[in-house]
Design a protein around this ligand. Structure first.
Ligand code: TEU
Length: 572
């Protein structure tokens, strides 16, 4: 008999430590702050926490630039604090998944410092290449190839110490490790085992599909290194090796491994998550998050085309069914807040926040809830360039300005898409600084914390928070959500998001009105059965489905009509 791994019925909560809770008043969140707020996490009913990086780091990219993998940054606390966190979480039945950032290190990591010397045995731990001759200037060189960094600009930096260039997929302060060098892989695996020995329960692997670079580092057709790197077959060899060398050393424990993969296709994701291939448990893909990117990419945001969003998620549901496993997310520390992005955070804030969460959680896969999502936190009204803290925003601003784009346009798209939107402090209560810190927060607290906060939603049965708790509980209680098949309905409808989940004789119909106007459902099967069916969950108070025995399909609503931003999941 095969036993099902715990993460198949799990919901994971992401903590971005810098912005979650500050215990010492320095304005930056820390591990003791998380300890003080564990009750909130446990009360959600989630199974695990993914903790964004807390390792020693110069913090150029808020901890995604690590200079010591086996120590905690003093900003966040000590190793003893982390051990305490592991223990306290385990005591509550919560697992801890750490962030693993091994495509690159910080340029301050001793490995890189040594590597800068061409004679060092660590020279090959990073990717060094001589420049190409510059036809216009005989005394100068050009970067070794035309790859651009994910954060824009060239992916190469000339190091004056040796006169050669090194590759950095992100900022110049984040040099890429050379995974082709066996000693690098062994050092990473040893570090991972060290963390597993401390009790951590798995890893979220940062941009893991960038680790294997193509032989010879050829130019990219469009200059974007991602097209050359993300499908390199070497990735699967490294992931399988990591599985053997790290996770197989603990036959009695079941870990969670989730690999963040830029520009990944469902075909690649199946290869990476098919249990028989023994690589990863699931991946974070980006296709559904990119549907509103315009021709110029992320900072060229377009209005949501619902058809594209639901088709993308449906495609992943179908392609991975029975073969791989999906992660499900709409928010994380790199994405603007979804209620502002695709919902209506003014007129239908509560309804649209719950609709988006509800639709996502009723898909198949493992849902991830990002801190603040469970209370419907919104984007921050950023206005001036100096309001931003994120290094990616700074680079985007600089390059857009160089391109001569109008200031107003640049600032408008940054306000909508910047990662800082996700990073404003968690809103615990209506006090100054939202209960996040007794000092002054590193990034401003949103003014709406006066009413949008955990304390205000705690005891309100109709709050976003209460809705998320019910959603999370459903995943444990209802088999059809975990294992049922998925079929998208009305794919061409511009406002209706509808699908059916089926398992045995259970048939769950999910309908959602992604608009501020009433929506009359199509006639016929299965929609006709909606009003007579047993409501499992809905986001309007009069059809909440939490009455004993289940309420009727939607009291208060006109039959066959969904109200603005209304979601209903009904057994039909
Ligand atoms: O992110 C990978 C990444 O490239 C995107 O999430 C990125 O923020 C966006 O697509 C660019 O517009 C991971 C981490 O989650 C992120 O915080 C780090 O900055 C990045 O890797 C580098 O480590």
């Amino acid at each position: 008999m095969s036993t099902e791994p715990w993460w198949r019925r799990a919901v994971v909560y992401q903590v971005y430590p810098r912005s979650f809770a500050d215990s010492d008043g320095d304005g930056i969140g820390d591990i003791r702050g998380i300890l003080q707020r564990l009750d909130h996490i446990a009360a959600l009913g989630v199974d695990a926490v993914w903790l964004s990086p807390v390792y020693v780091s110069p913090q150029v990219d808020n901890g995604y630039d690590i200079s010591d993998y086996q120590a905690i940054d003093p900003t966040f606390g000590t190793l003893a604090d982390l051990d305490e966190l592991i223990e306290a979480m385990h005591a509550r039945g919560l697992r801890l998944v750490m962030d693993l950032v091994v495509n690159h290190t910080s340029d301050q990591h001793p490995w890189f410092q040594e590597s800068r010397d061409p004679a060092s045995p660590r020279r090959d731990w990073y990717i060094w290449r001589p420049g190409r001759p510059d036809p216009d200037d005989p005394g100068a060189t050009l970067p070794p190839n035309n790859w651009s960094s994910v954060f824009l600009g060239s992916a190469w930096e000339l190091d004056p110490v040796s006169g050669e260039y090194y590759l950095h997929s992100f900022t110049p302060q984040q040099p890429d490790l050379n995974w082709a060098e066996p000693a690098v892989r062994q050092a990473v695996y040893a570090m991972m085992r060290w963390w597993l020995d401390r009790g951590v329960d798995g890893f979220r692997m940062d941009v893991i599909n960038l680790i294997s670079k193509p032989e010879g580092l050829p130019d990219a057709e469009q200059g974007n290194q991602l097209e050359m790197v993300v499908n390199d077959p070497g990735l699967h060899r490294y992931l399988a090796e990591m599985r053997r060398e790290v996770f197989d050393a603990y036959p009695d424990r079941t870990f969670l491994t989730v690999g963040e993969m830029l520009a990944v296709t469902p075909e690649q994701a199946v290869l990476a998550t098919d249990p028989a291939r023994r690589e990863l448990d699931m991946v974070f893909q980006f296709e559904h998050m990119d549907v509103d990117h315009g021709a110029l990419g992320k900072y060229d945001p377009q209005p949501l085309d619902l058809r594209a969003l639901k088709a993308s998620l449906a495609r992943w549901q179908e392609m991975l069914a029975g073969q791989g496993w999906n992660s499900l997310y709409l928010n994380n520390h790199d994405q603007p807040r979804v209620v502002s992005r695709w919902g209506d955070d003014v007129r239908y804030w509560r309804e649209s926040a719950t609709l988006l969460g509800g639709v996502l959680h009723l898909h198949q896969g493992t849902p991830f809830v990002y801190q603040g999502e469970e209370i419907g936190m919104t984007n921050y009204p950023f206005a001036r360039p100096e309001d931003y803290r994120d290094v990616e925003a700074a680079r985007a601003y600089e390059i857009a300005t160089m391109m001569g784009l109008p200031e107003e346009l640049i600032l408008g798209s940054m306000a909508r898409m910047s990662r800082d939107n996700a990073r404003t402090p968690m809103q615990w209560d209506g006090d100054a600084e939202a209960g996040f810190t007794t000092g002054r927060s590193w990034l401003p607290v949103h003014q709406n914390h006066l009413w949008l906060n955990v304390a205000a939603q705690q005891d309100d049965p109709h709050s976003v928070l209460s809705f998320y708790k019910r959603l999370i509980a459903l995943r444990k209680a209802e088999d059809v959500i975990t294992t049922g098949s998925f079929r998208l309905l009305e794919p061409d409808h511009e406002r209706l998001w509808a699908f059916v989940r089926e398992s045995g004789d259970q048939r769950l119909l999910v309908v959602a009105n992604v608009s501020g106007d009433p929506l009359r459902l199509p006639a016929g099967d299965p929609f006709a059965a909606l009003d007579g069916g047993r409501l499992l969950i809905g986001n309007y108070p009069d059809g909440a489905g939490d009455a004993p025995g289940g309420a009727e399909g939607g009291a208060g609503a006109e039959p066959g009509v969904l109200r603005p931003w209304e979601l209903r999941a009904v057994y039909v």
